[in-house]
Design a protein around this ligand. Structure first.
Ligand SMILES: Cc1cc2nc3c(=O)[nH]c(=O)nc-3n(C[C@H](O)[C@H](O)[C@H](O)COP(=O)(O)OP(=O)(O)OC[C@H]3O[C@@H](n4cnc5c(N)ncnc54)[C@H](O)[C@@H]3O)c2cc1C
Length: 412
């Protein structure tokens, strides 16, 4: 493919920058792709615990958190799950979906995904500039001038796509250093906080629960106000709670530092959210028998939980169903459905999978990811104020916004 088209510079070779580069090359643009890392898709290697939860069958707009829901709807309507699967296939990345829609590569390996993208970029003729930091961006007449490293080297391009990520997991390259530059260019940057991150909590009442992992329901309150709720995998840790159930709510904690400090945030955990009906049916069948309560609870909860739960409900470990008055049984089930912990904050950017906040989407065209503030400037990926829950939604957003930005920058 020749280089007759526009010259597009892309800052950041994460999944958003990679898709942008491939889409722009398909349309004949010359593409220069920059990253401070020594490889493309560095962060991909750690996704999905090394397995890369690459997208989600149910990547619908309402699953995302964005101040303007129509922004995500417009974008996903143009390049969504189906288009992504097709592009991944073209890059020799084959995927499968779990019953709940989470998608992974057949290889079960994030490393093969990063390698496939690297090959696709090279095959397409994208000019890769690795180990190269872009330290400044400025309009230069009808073009854009990028400063490489600390200068004095610069590069001019017709269009710039900023795909530098947010501030999550900074060790892998996304440190947020482009945001002050974007502000200087006139863009509003919504304050940035950690998201999809473990919560910290006062764990004294739960110190022996450390290591318990189960599917549970969680509800987060500020005072009496319900901020959010989720059902999913939950892990009790030494400092708080981890797992998708609480990580999906974590932006509601990190964006309320004062409330967390004032002790106003409370997490209610329903240990029976998934199997409560099965347990109640079993209890009804076994009523009157001297079967140990720990055994009944153990039918639906991990082994460590029943004795701890009995203690919390004020019952001895050897208590049986047979001699238990009805109201004490109800109390036990109520305790299991409403464990309450005081939330003190989150584990911070270092442990966050994404960050919330970023470039204000009201200043970006959802069809093209073009800046409404500066001609020839585009955005893709986590740099925008859009986050999704655990489950492949954030990589899908990177692919969606990257593909739209790459196509529009080449054509526009
Ligand atoms: C531990 C972990 C697990 C995750 N698991 C999943 C998962 O399973 N599924 C899922 O959907 N999402 C997951 N995510 C989130 C997902 O990785 C991100 O949403 C996604 O990588 C964002 O893509 P991006 O291209 O916008 O940014 P990034 O992937 O962060 O890429 C941005 C790139 O820009 C480069 N850069 C930044 N500034 C500059 C500069 N000034 N000059 C040059 N280069 C620059 C950085 O080096 C970086 O490589 C996970 C994240 C983490 C940290």
């Amino acid at each position: 493919m020749g280089h007759q088209g526009k010259h597009i510079a892309i800052v950041g070779a994460g999944p958003a920058g990679i898709l942008a580069a491939l889409e722009a090359r398909r349309r004949g643009a010359r593409v220069s792709l920059f990253d401070t890392n020594e490889m493309v898709g560095r962060k991909l290697l750690v996704t999905g615990n090394g397995r890369c939860n690459i997208t989600n069958v149910h990547a619908a707009p309402e699953r995302y958190t964005c101040p303007d829901p129509s922004f995500v709807r417009e974008a996903l309507g143009r390049f969504g799950y189906a288009e992504t699967v097709q592009r991944l296939r073209e890059c020799a990345i084959l995927i499968y979906a779990t019953p709940d829609g989470w998608c992974y590569p057949l290889s079960e390996s994030a490393a093969t995904v990063a390698a496939a993208f690297d090959a696709a970029l090279r095959l397409a003729g994208v000019e890769l500039h690795l180990k190269t930091k872009i330290s400044d961006l400025a309009p230069a007449g009808a073009k854009w001038r990028l400063t490489l490293g600390g200068g004095p080297h610069t590069l001019e391009a017709d269009r710039v796509i900023v795909a530098g990520g947010g501030k999550a997991y900074p060790a892998l390259g996304s440190k947020g250093d482009l945001f002050p530059i974007l502000e200087r260019l006139g863009h509003r940057v919504v304050p940035i906080y950690p998201a999809l991150v473990p919560l910290t909590a006062q764990m004294r009442p739960f110190h022996r629960w450390q290591g318990v992992r189960l599917d549970a329901g969680v509800r987060l309150y500020e005072g009496d106000r319900l901020l959010g709720e989720a059902v999913g995998n939950l892990l009790f840790t030494d400092t708080g709670f981890s797992g998708p159930a609480v990580m999906d709510l974590s932006h509601l904690v990190s964006t309320r530092p004062e409330a967390a400090r004032a002790g106003a945030l409370r997490l209610e955990i329903d240990l029976l959210a998934c199997h409560g009906e099965a347990l109640e049916a079993l209890v009804a069948e076994q009523r009157g028998r001297a079967v140990p309560l720990a055994v009944l609870l153990g039918a639906v909860l991990p082994a460590k939980a029943p004795p701890l739960l009995l203690e919390m409900a004020g019952l001895p470990p050897e208590a049986t169903l047979g001699d238990l008055p009805e109201e004490r049984l109800r109390h036990l089930l109520q305790v299991a459905r409403r464990l309450t912990a005081r939330i003190t904050g989150t584990k911070g950017f270092q442990f966050a999978q994404v960050s919330t906040g970023g470039v204000d989407v009201r200043e970006v065209d959802p069809r093209t990811m073009a800046s409404r503030v500066r001609q020839g400037l585009y955005f893709a990926g986590e740099v925008l104020d859009v986050i999704g829950p655990c489950g492949g939604f954030n990589l899908q957003w990177a692919f969606t916004s990257g593909a739209l930005a790459g196509a529009a920058a080449a054509e526009g």
